[in-house]
Design a protein around this ligand. Sequence first.
Ligand SMILES: Cc1ncc(COP(=O)(O)O)c(C=O)c1O
Length: 376
Amino acid sequence: MFANRIERLKPSLVREILAAAQAPGVISFAGGLPAAETLFQPQLDQWQAPSHIWQYGPSEGEADLRELVAARAKAMGLDCRPEQVLILNGSQQGIDLVAKLWVDEGTRILCESPTYLAALQVFELFGAQFITGEQDAIGLTPAAIAENEARFAYLIPTFQNPTGACYGLPQRQVLAEALDAKGMPVFEDDPYRDLAFDGVAPAPLVSHLKSARWVYQGSFSKTLAPGLRLGYLIAHPDLIVPLTRLKQAADLHSNRLSQAIVAEVLRSGQLDEHVAHILPSYRAKRDAMHAALSQHLADRASWIKPAGGLFFWLHLHRQQDTLALMQQGLAQNLAVMPGVPFYPNGKGASALRLNFSHSSIGQIEEGVRRLAGLLR
Ligand SMILES: Cc1ncc(COP(=O)(O)O)c(C=O)c1O
């Protein structure tokens, strides 16, 4: 009835937990959702949607938005031309396109462990096998790159989902050198860069590459609003043509209304204003979760206070079935994300991912208290 690959199609645990977490009264640390009050409300009173956006548009994306994205990329240290930019219907689409570009059945991907669950899902659907760096380390080591054969490396060097970890500048330089030496292409996924609470994040890892091919992607979901479904990728000149053809084959082009709104928002400086506006609230929530964890869970778990992004990654000292813990949490109106599905090979430490952006500070304190009760 179905293509062979459908046997590898897994349900999304995140979406299932999110559905349960929508129920009234549930404190949700489960998703990666911005808080409702921090969602961007564009100031477009004087703005009229250009009439051409109701027609089919270019697969690459709107020319003005591509220029604005390229200019922002340059400002963060990634030198590129607008022709290297492809506008996406959410950066999740970039994962799908890169999988179609590079993954056959049995293709080996080198990645962090743990890593972004929904990327694993896409890569697995196309038949990928995963080779990982050392489990629970921040990033890969040059040796992991030198010693392994993989078609490409998938990395989230900046405020990683799920761990919140961020590679330092020297680590980025050393890894770029190793990737160049091996000639291993890199796919850098970077949706959290602008949510930096303790200083600006180092330039993208791919900006340090000299010869290896690369795809870099970013998103407007975490800084503006996920409902816009708008992201972008920037690719090595050799890769942008096949990626654009894959985009065309998938959906012709990205939503033109969202593109026009985001172009206006970038042009008028509203994105930077909005990020400056939401950062203090996210930082306060991050600090509140750190304080609550320190008060209630210091003897049962360890974690690193994330310098950016949306998550704490909690290592439980005692081996626990975190899926069962999640179910017990839901019974007490608390949604947490079990760590196991983030490990590419399905085996990992007893860990939980806790989102701090979506709840209020009061809910964060109460939720951590409930979690401590459950663990006890
Ligand atoms: C690492 C990573 N990549 C990609 C995405 C997809 O984001 P979007 O499609 O909303 O741009 C997410 C969303 O949580 C993510 O955490």
